[in-house]
Design a protein around this ligand. Structure first.
Ligand code: PMP
Length: 418
């Protein structure tokens, strides 16, 4: 479940693996049983024979999505999902320019641009990056700008409307104006909360306005839910719901399969129809074993009420971590939602300069020595990423905070001595 054991049998609380794969817990018995049962029945590729499991899973998965997001494609990784989403967007819009955000992560793209998909558009899309709407490390920000129970300590000047959202939006408009000569775009892709980038949350209202702008200019909006989907943000099943937007394409991976290679793209019938212009197949995408696993994961999230657990334990954890931020000079920011949390370590609160690598490693390793595994992220590698399996308890959260407090204390004393 939430524990990992090393080669000596020592136990570690895994406060990171949840995001990489294990949404519902390592070796979850129901998920494992579903995979074994299907392997004992039939395991093969999807692109020559269909199996009922793929339909069953597609129906269960799309039932979790709003509106006409009702057509599912299955692949094996987040990269493949995003690659396919971009191809769909190109064929649907007949455009090839794509906008993403700086500091975002969507995988290691490329294969579609090298293959012959038998369609008539240029194979490689052109990518443009808009400024990252980061209210802590970016140019503009304020404490009330994020959709979170825990606020940052930078004063917020917004009165009613979020100023940061407005400024970053203007910068996005400039990308259309200066980088896209005809202003037309195939797609805009964004995570609902940036994962690898260090749980960066956008100011309220930004994504909504960005989606509107993209649609006015003929593009489709892709939500990369590889990290934020499946209840992790607590309040909602999908991260995009927290922004009050409805994407045209949603991509999913990682937690969707609890460690099994499974990923998906869900879109509307109209966009799916456009993909028929291209030759498309995926050898193992949606194979019966992956589909059985996906079904079991959905079932476990539901029956074990993991989304609700993510909300309650996550908020408890965020509030406890916010106390560490108030106590330690080197804890610049604590942010997140549900069990998608970040602790940004800095040289000092005033400068917000990222903590030096050596110091970060000391704290990170010290936590590990005390039995706590945390992730690392952010563009400067100075963000502790807290993204456990969604089955963790309050006691686990308290243990994690106690360990981190001790590591931060030891670090502060060391720095003071020097
Ligand atoms: N999107 C996001 C938001 C991710 O975090 C990742 C992986 N870190 C990917 C896409 C790519 O997924 P994969 O590694 O399965 O290709």
């Amino acid at each position: 479940m939430q524990w990992l054991f090393d080669h000596t049998g020592r136990r570690y609380l895994d406060m990171y693996g949840g995001i990489v794969t294990v949404s519902v817990g390592h070796c979850h018995p129901k998920v494992t049983a579903a995979a074994v049962e299907q392997m004992n029945t039939l395991s093969h590729t999807t692109n020559i024979y269909y199996h009922p499991k793929i339909h069953e899973y597609a129906a269960a998965l799309t039932a979790r999505l709003p509106g006409d997001l009702k057509v599912a494609y299955f692949v094996n990784s987040g990269t493949e999902a995003n690659d396919l989403a971009i191809t769909m967007a190109k064929l649907y819009t007949r455009q090839t320019d794509v906008i993403s955000l700086r500091n975002g992560y969507h995988g290691v793209m490329g294969p579609t641009a090298m293959s012959t998909w038998r369609h008539d558009l240029p194979l490689a899309p052109a990518f443009h990056h808009a400024m990252n709407p980061d209210v802590y490390a970016g140019l503009w920000g304020g404490s009330n700008c994020r959709d979170s129970p825990v606020q940052t300590n930078r004063a917020c000047d917004c009165t009613g409307q979020c100023l940061a959202a407005e400024k970053y939006y203007q910068q996005l408009e400039e990308v259309f104006k200066y980088s896209l000569p005809r202003g037309r775009v195939a797609a805009f892709i964004a995570e609902s909360i940036q994962g690898v980038g260090g749980a960066v949350q956008f100011p309220k209202g930004y994504l909504k306005k960005a989606f509107e702008l993209v649609r006015i200019n003929g593009g489709v909006c892709i939500s990369d839910e590889v990290q934020t989907g499946f209840g992790r943000t607590g309040e909602h099943f999908w991260g995009f719901e927290g922004h009050g937007v409805r994407p045209d394409i949603v991509t999913m991976a990682k937690g969707i399969g609890n460690g099994f290679p499974l990923a998906a793209v869900v879109t509307t019938p109209a966009i799916a129809e456009a993909l028929t212009q291209a030759l498309h197949f995926n050898t193992f995408g949606g194979n019966p074993v992956a589909s059985a696993v996906g079904l079991a994961v959905l079932d476990v999230i539901e029956t074990e009420r993991l989304q609700r657990n993510a909300a309650s334990v996550g908020t408890h954890l965020l509030l406890a971590l916010a106390e560490l931020r108030d106590k330690f000079e080197c804890v610049g920011d604590v942010r997140g939602k549900g069990l998608m949390i970040a602790v940004e370590l800095v040289r000092d609160k005033e400068s917000r300069v990222p903590m030096a690598n050596k110091h970060f490693m000391d704290i990170w390793d010290h936590c590990k020595e005390m039995g706590l595994l945390l992730g690392r992220g952010g563009f400067n590698g100075n963000v502790l990423r807290v993204k456990p399996p969604m089955c963790i308890t309050r006691q686990d959260a308290d243990f994690a905070v106690a360990v981190l407090r001790r590591a931060l204390q030891a670090h502060s004393e060391k720095v003071r001595r020097v």
